[in-house]
Write a protein that binds this ligand. Sequence first.
Ligand code: FAD
Ligand code: DHB
Length: 392
Amino acid sequence: MRTTVGIIGAGPAGLLLARLLHNAGIDSVVLETRDRAYVEQRQRAGILEQGTVDVLREAGAAARMDREGIGHDGIELRFDRRRHRVDFPALTGGRSVMVYAQTEVCKDLIALQLAAGGPLLFEAEALAVEGAETQSPRVRFRHQGREDVLACDYVVGCDGSWGVARKAVPADVSRVFERTYPFGWLGILADVPPSHDELVYARHDRGFALLSMRSPTVTRAYLQVPAGTDAADWGDEEIWDELDRRLETDDPAWTLKRGPITSKSVTPMRSHVHEPMRHGRVFLAGDAAHIVPPTGAKGLNLAVGDVVTFARALAEYRETGSDARLEAYSETCLRRVWQAERFSYAMTTMLHRAPEATPFDDRIQLAQLDRIASSRSADADLAESYTGFPLD
Ligand code: FAD
Ligand code: DHB
């Protein structure tokens, strides 16, 4: 099998890349180790930055998002029983975000790819990437019980944090920057309308809580829990009671709506960057190259930024013969990646209570939040970072 761009992984990064390349007249093959149902149901991100929304529209993949997505012009911060709303358009010159689940983005992109696009093979596991330093790198993979080889001009590893593409970068060239946090998120989906019309990020002495949504009838919420927690250890009423406590305010008008919980899982939290993001003709994109803790809602959006950068660079090379943008891929992406790492780390440390936190640490967190609530420039800094960093 032969193609111009071999894409490993059909998460948001790989699927969007296939779409962008198809639109630019460049052929690709996507290899995905899981089956279609698994990829379409894996619960993850929920917030699309303005730039991601724009890219999906330009790619012709936004028809359902524009019907069913929910535009959000702000978030609420809760701390010390107070409420502060961050008004995105007012603070950023008109930018906002959209609530539209990653599962739905993936379903839309899969449908487009299968209707008009290059091959997308499910249950096709990439085993190794070879020949990164040659003109024709190869992906060895297993599909329907048989081993095969995909010969490519370029390979893009969109295979997430446990993928194989990263191994194509020799150990003496790779650098890894990492931080793990002593807590994770217990995430739930519940069949109950959201209790607030925007997302609520709460800092509480008992730990962080986040109130989000998936639709006008489905609530998504998260609780900070100790690393290693088993979701089954939490009873449904216990989860609602804890959300109630951590979201408390002095405003008697606000109440938490409870309903049947339909899914429960725990996500560990870490920051991780693999440099460089390119070796020869093998490129890394999305979680294959970097992980952020979810507090800033940046992971999916960063993945989108990487594949847009690659697709534009390759299109430019084919149109003009200049490979300057392809050569600069890693540097270009990493600038944005480190801004997202910085923001996600800052949001995480400001809003979560570390097990070893002292009363001094608590006061510093409250002072940071009070600063955002009382200074327009601090408020605007958060709004700019949350709504997204520019693509180029
Ligand atoms: P993935 O989605 O991980 O896709 C990689 C794909 O590669 C998978 O389908 C995998 O099966 C496949 N694969 C792996 N190995 C192989 C192989 N050897 N061969 C073939 N295929 C392979 N981000 C946001 O922007 N906003 C949010 O609000 C947000 N919230 C989140 C909440 C939670 C609870 C979690 C866990 C994450 C959240 N994220 C959020 C992060 C976001 O989900 C990820 O950053 C995003 O999925 C990255 O996309 P990706 O395509 O790079 O990787
Ligand atoms: C969601 C996830 C996030 O990480 C976040 O910061 C906001 C919302 C969500 O899944 O809805």
